[in-house]
Design a protein. Structure first.
Length: 283
């Protein structure tokens, strides 16, 4: 069952979104995810175009607002596998408040962030994860803000799952993303990828020279060890850790909410509706 659509994605040649699309489709296929029980929710940006190029059900919403919609979809039908997906600007910038409170609520969704450390859709200004001092199209003297460390933030707040992977390693991508989807609770995966047009610092070469998997460093990495996981998340420079950094088994929002824990499915009657005529009005 292919998750790819036969379309020509509107991304720059060489964009890290291309391998991410292929890796994600391959991961969903290899996992045997049921399309009829799968939904992706996105915000705005180059990364948020992703579901347009996949054969899936999706909701493409407002800038930074993918998580509230994902939360609502999961609440209405907890049987669904729900992925919220966007870029570092959309998820950590415009959507930063929802990211924080999504961790607090611990609803059972997987959050995939395309982290190219720049705003790609709006022509290259610094994003929340752009390095301090880096010159961009709008910060000509260099970024003066401290960069956000999303994984350290997620670990500090006891997110259920915190991981990092890389578009340039298909096997590693599958390992981390499939583990995140299978893990119960709010699962965060920060995905390193190059923006070949607007970010000349964090290139494919930059990532390949620095990224390493925590489980392969000494063979006995314990992702339930919070202090050590936080230490790893704070590591950035000549070496950048990736893999499953933190695991936290705890009850989800559905298991704690007095109504939702009764496993009531509010969307029992599902049927296909043809809205092609209504869509013609927008052409």
């Amino acid at each position: 069952m292919s998750f790819l659509r036969e379309v020509d994605p509107a991304w720059c040649p060489g964009c890290g979104n291309f391998p991410l699309r292929m890796n994600l489709a391959s991961t969903l296929e290899e996992m045997g995810v049921d399309k009829s029980h799968f939904v992706m929710v996105t915000g705005i940006g180059q990364a948020a175009k992703m579901p347009h190029y996949l054969d899936i059900s999706f909701f493409n919403g407002l800038h930074g607002r993918s998580l509230p919609v994902a939360f609502a979809i999961k609440a209405v039908n907890p049987e669904l596998t729900v992925i919220a997906e966007s870029g570092d600007g959309d998820m950590y910038g415009e959507g930063g408040n929802h990211f924080i409170h999504g961790i607090r609520r611990n609803f059972d969704v997987t959050v995939l962030i395309h982290d190219n450390q720049i705003y790609g859709l709006t022509k290259g200004q610094g994003s929340p994860t752009t390095g301090k001092g880096q010159k961009t199209s709008s910060q000509l003297q260099g970024v003066i803000n401290e960069p956000l460390n999303p994984l350290a933030l997620a670990i500090t707040m006891d997110a259920a799952f915190v991981g990092r992977t890389f578009t340039g390693d298909k096997e590693h991508f599958f390992k981390v993303v499939s583990a995140a989807i299978n893990h119960k609770g709010f699962s965060v995966v920060d995905i390193m990828q190059p923006c070949v047009t607007f970010n000349k610092v964090n290139t494919l070469k930059f990532y390949k020279e620095r990224l390493y998997d925590v489980s392969e460093e000494n063979g006995n990495y314990d992702p339930t060890d919070k202090p050590n996981a936080l230490k790893k998340a704070l590591e950035w420079g000549e070496k950048i850790p990736m893999g499953v950094l933190y695991l936290n088994e705890k009850e989800t929002y559905h298991e704690l909410h007095p109504v939702l824990k009764k496993k009531i499915v509010l969307a029992n009657e599902r049927k296909q509706i043809d809205i092609s005529a209504e869509m013609e009005a927008f052409r």
